[in-house]
Design a protein around this ligand. Structure first.
Ligand SMILES: NC(=O)c1ccc[n+]([C@@H]2O[C@H](COP(=O)([O-])OP(=O)(O)OC[C@H]3O[C@@H](n4cnc5c(N)ncnc54)[C@H](OP(=O)(O)O)[C@@H]3O)[C@@H](O)[C@H]2O)c1
Length: 214
């Protein structure tokens, strides 16, 4: 599939590389192509083209939003809401506010979520929130912990889009995908972040994952 990954931090690089390796036609969208080309020269294969946010989104069937949470809405505005309409937008962001230091607080929670704000900003797009509850390395290499025996979640209003995303997750090795329901359920996975950050402190690693045992 043609996939645009918007954002070139840890998550964007990890997902772009893994999806490219799986045979998808991946483009990395970034705010500044020249700067990012220099920064990623040693870490990303030249087979994955860099493009502006708008150019990356234009040709993609699936757009993955992998930017800092506070920049999610401005990134979508730059990518072009019209050309995102009807596309599947996979939202990996967390609404983390580090202005008061660590652990971060959530700048939206309880009665709203960043996933919902993204869906509201793109009313015709099919937003699916997923993968925001685990570290980038485990997103793309789930078997590195407990042989991949853990759970990832999906939230979104469009069942067909969620099916496509669940299939993509399966191709990356995620074996237990729980569909939580519509996009309002993103509140639940975003509000796991305070626990996730405390677990990181207690375990002194990011290589852990949630598992739902029925
Ligand atoms: N790191 C993880 O393991 C992890 C795990 C789960 C969820 N998440 C979530 O996934 C998203 C991406 O995580 P990350 O660790 O890759 O994030 P990051 O390094 O903090 O930022 C990712 C990218 O956001 C883009 N960006 C756009 N506007 C920005 C602005 N105003 N200031 C700074 N960066 C801006 C930048 O890409 P360009 O410079 O290319 O434009 C940057 O490289 C975040 O929302 C994070 O909470 C991360």
């Amino acid at each position: 599939m043609k996939i645009a990954v918007l954002g070139t931090g840890m998550v964007g690089q990890a997902l772009a590389t893994r999806l490219h390796d799986l045979g998808h036609q991946v483009t990395l969208g970034t705010r500044d192509v020249g700067d990012t080309r220099q920064r990623l020269a040693d870490s990303i294969t030249a087979d994955i083209p860099l493009a502006t946010l708008s150019d990356a989104a234009a040709t993609a069937e699936i757009v993955i939003l992998a930017v800092q949470g506070g920049a999610a809405l401005t990134t979508l505005a730059a990518a072009g809401p019209k050309q995102l309409a009807t596309k599947i937008v996979i939202d990996i962001t967390n609404p983390l506010d580090f202005t008061q230091g660590f652990p971060a607080t959530l700048f939206v929670k309880d009665t709203d979520s960043l996933g919902e704000q993204i869906q509201a900003a793109l009313p015709d797009a099919r937003v699916v929130k997923t993968l925001n509850t685990l570290t980038a390395d485990l997103m793309v290499n789930p078997r590195k912990v407990n042989d991949g025996q853990h759970t990832v979640f999906i939230s979104g209003n469009d069942d067909e889009a969620k099916h496509v995303v669940a299939t993509l997750l399966g191709s990356m090795g995620h074996m237990d995908v729980i569909d939580l329901g519509d996009i309002t359920t993103a509140r639940g996975t975003e509000m796991l972040m305070p626990l996730w950050m405390r677990l990181m402190g207690a375990l002194d690693t990011t290589m852990f994952q949630f598992k739902v045992v029925r």
